[in-house]
Design a protein around this ligand. Sequence first.
Ligand code: HSE
Length: 429
Amino acid sequence: MDKGIVKIGLLGIGTIGSGVVTLLKKNGRAISEKIDVDLVLEKVVDRDPAKLQSLGLPEETITTKAADVLEDPEIDVVIELIGGIEPARSMIIAALDNDKHVVTANKDLIASHGEELLAIARDKNLNIYYEASVGGGIPLIRPLKQSLVADRIHRLVGIVNGTTNYIFTRMDQDNLSLEDALLEAQKRGFAESDPSNDIEGRDAAYKLIIMSGLAFSSSIEPDQVHVEGIGGVTYEDIAYAREIGYAVKLLAIGEKLPAGLALRVHPALVPLAHPLAAVLNEFNAIYIEGDAVGEVMLYGRGAGAMPTATAVLADVAEAARSIHHQCVDTMIEGTFHKASFVPIKDIRTRFYLRFLADDRPGVLSALANAFGNEQVSLDMVIQKRSFGDTAEIVLVTHLVREEAFQKALEKVMALPAIKPNPSMIRLLG
Ligand code: HSE
């Protein structure tokens, strides 16, 4: 077969877009040798002409009009790197309508409209590739869709947000407050200027929806994920967690329980011996448990221009292979069935709790009674320090249903000796 040519249109020149242009210049020839197809960047679109000029591409390649890509019959593959829901969604639909394969890194869009867009693509015998939407440069979508298809995955646990992992690492290693660690993350370019999606767990939740949809072949809506951010975690919690053998991480957890899928994002204590505890700074990792393969961990850089560009261009290469060999690989796309979901109140887990209490006789026994009366069994109770007539107490429970724990916690907090605003962090079991 002759060597093929596949023409690409790129929508959006932000961090990843510039990375794609740079990586294609640097490794285009090597990719072409591997796939026997030349990838040609035909047109690049951005609203900002200055950004386009800065790429050093020929004048005829750059344009501020998306239609120049979407309606160009020469273009085979459209890379969408605009982000957000609209106009990205409409542009992807227009690209499919014009018979173009689509590659995207847009996690918000795939998490919330992925099934709709994949169905449009399937009807047209085209595909949408989204390896770059989760875990930056870590190969993750393809392993979930293809390599592990013979397994029944019963749980996946991910550190999928680099900003929060960097913050927890700095809090742990340098005793920084959350605010100072966030400033450090912003200074070093890991955190966005508005990091609320990261800090509040939404970024991780979108990624969990995409991974879980594939791992469990299920249709998932954003409101089926329980999401808590990292705002309540202090460096005292991180230090005490380490003393008792745990690291604190923002986890995205998808589990297939007998009653249905349980999906949640929240900070968690991870045993120091667990491989996820060793994932530091801005790195991401996904730990997958399957019935046949056992445990698999995928680790690497979850963001950044060049790692993410690797994933984008791998998808373009896959599209180019299927175009050149005239076989569309829609059959390996995920299938998404209706699922039942287990609400957080029914999930059984262990809890770490830290709070202040009056330092006087009978407080610990009143506390133990309040938990005992609600059938919450304590694994560990430590009085950390006393200052004046106040004591700081840290405890860890045995496994307990969330609803039972919350009810007991309410009773404990109503005790006159206990001060308000406890820190509560779940444990990874
Ligand atoms: N803001 C994300 C993170 C990167 O901190 O991991 C993009 O998904």
